[in-house]
Design a protein around this ligand. Structure first.
Ligand SMILES: C[S@@+](CC[C@H](N)C(=O)[O-])C[C@H]1O[C@@H](n2cnc3c(N)ncnc32)[C@H](O)[C@@H]1O
Ligand code: SF4
Length: 360
């Protein structure tokens, strides 16, 4: 049953030096216009009943609460649905956060990245460590009782102690959920340029593994459940929307560059505003490319997404191809059976990409 919708908001105040997400600078008028088209695009899809709504970006918190309300009013949202908005600390104050809450947002995902001024600067973030923390407390005051924080690690020249300090600071804030991502060196970013010029260098593999190990050990000791490779939560506070991706469930994707998965077809929307607007103006879904997911591909997706869920894992397939692969992965200590399902072992968690490669 399709009950999830992702809405892409492709605007940022300024591009961070490591990020290649689809986002642009914008004026208030451009953002208004974009929301007008989001409303029109929603009309091109059947009226599903949603249990999860996710505003991702870019920086959705750049929108006005009234615009978020316009979008949410267009959707059939079930009672108790999870309605998340990604927020950048620099773009929110009490009034705005209260406005988002009143508009129907009940979960915030805040991009903190680090509490260390040196790294915030390096990353090209606009907020200070204090502003990051303040934004979190302001969100609490505005009534949010479900907050996720994003942190990054394995940053250029970052030490194990510096990662520990960031993690301890974040955990001391007591968020319901957090995501912690090891830096990906994306081509076409300032970071990548500096890597190529030799100004930055990649973190040594062993050090990165020690960082990840420390993150897992400390977070679980402090009462967080490590439920997905990069995600931790308090009991019952898993990200419901993202969990649907990992369970390979279908969802609607709205906005430029957004992906969706409906009726066995994965699609990606147009990436340029003009193309996106032109399609919608003639009443056509602004889809750039589609991929029909046959049974074999569905199994591949199910495996590589499902194994990311560390407690839940996957129901084993009975096809010969997979039985062979499981046997080998089990023998090498990458996966294990738990209550009739396969999950990654600790070794498998650290070498997850190698495991996924074997499954495709
Ligand atoms: C859309 S942003 C979150 C909201 C908001 N735009 C912000 O940055 O505050 C999604 C998250 O992806 C992560 N991210 C982006 N680029 C990354 C990269 N190159 N490597 C690892 N994590 C990255 C960051 O942690 C970021 O918070
Ligand atoms: S990390 Fe967030 S704020 Fe920075 S460029 Fe990417 S989407 Fe925008």
């Amino acid at each position: 049953m399709l009950d999830a919708i992702y809405i892409h908001i492709p605007f940022c105040v300024k591009k961070c030096d490591y990020c290649d997400f689809l986002s642009f600078k914008s004026t208030k008028e451009e953002r208004k216009k974009y929301v007008d088209f989001i409303l029109k695009e929603i009309e091109l899809y059947p009226k599903y009943n949603y249990n999860t709504v996710y505003f991702g970006g870019g920086t959705p918190s750049l929108l006005e609460p009234s615009d978020v309300k316009r979008i949410l009013s267009k959707l059939n949202i079930n009672e108790n649905a999870e309605v998340t908005l990604e927020a950048n600390p620099k773009t929110v104050d009490y009034e705005k956060l209260k406005g988002f809450k009143e508009a129907g947002i009940n979960r915030l995902s805040m991009g903190i990245q680090s509490f260390n001024e040196k790294f915030l600067k390096k990353l090209g973030r606009l907020h200070s460590s204090h502003e990051g923390e303040e934004a979190y407390f302001t969100a609490r005051k505005a009534g949010f009782n479900n907050i996720s924080l994003d942190l990054m690690f394995s940053l250029p020249e970052q030490t194990l102690d510096e990662v520990r300090e960031d993690l301890e600071k974040m955990v001391s804030l007591n968020p319901e959920h957090f995501s912690i991502y090891s830096l990906i060196w994306e081509p076409d970013t300032k970071f990548f340029e500096k890597l190529e010029k030799g100004e930055y260098k990649e973190t040594d593999n062993d050090l990165e593994a020690s960082m990840y190990e420390m993150i897992i050990d400390y977070s679980t000791k402090m009462g967080y459940e490590h439920y997905e490779i990069s995600n931790f939560c308090k009991k019952g506070k898993e990200a419901q929307h993202n969990s649907k991706y990992w369970r390979n469930e279908e969802y609607v994707g709205i906005g430029i560059g957004a992906s969706g998965y409906i009726d066995g077809i994965r699609y990606k929307n147009k990436m340029k505003f003009t193309d996106y607007y032109d399609s919608i103006l003639i009443g056509k879904k602004p889809v750039l490319e589609v991929e029909e997911v046959n049974e074999e591909m569905k199994e591949e997706y199910r495996h590589i997404l499902g194994l990311r869920l560390l407690q839940e894992g996957i129901i084993p397939s009975s096809t010969e191809k997979y039985l062979e692969i499981y046997k080998e992965l089990e023998k090498d200590g990458f996966i294990e059976k738990k209550l009739g399902r396969y999950i990654l072992t600790r070794k498998g968690i650290f070498l997850a990409n190698d495991v996924f490669e074997k499954l495709i």
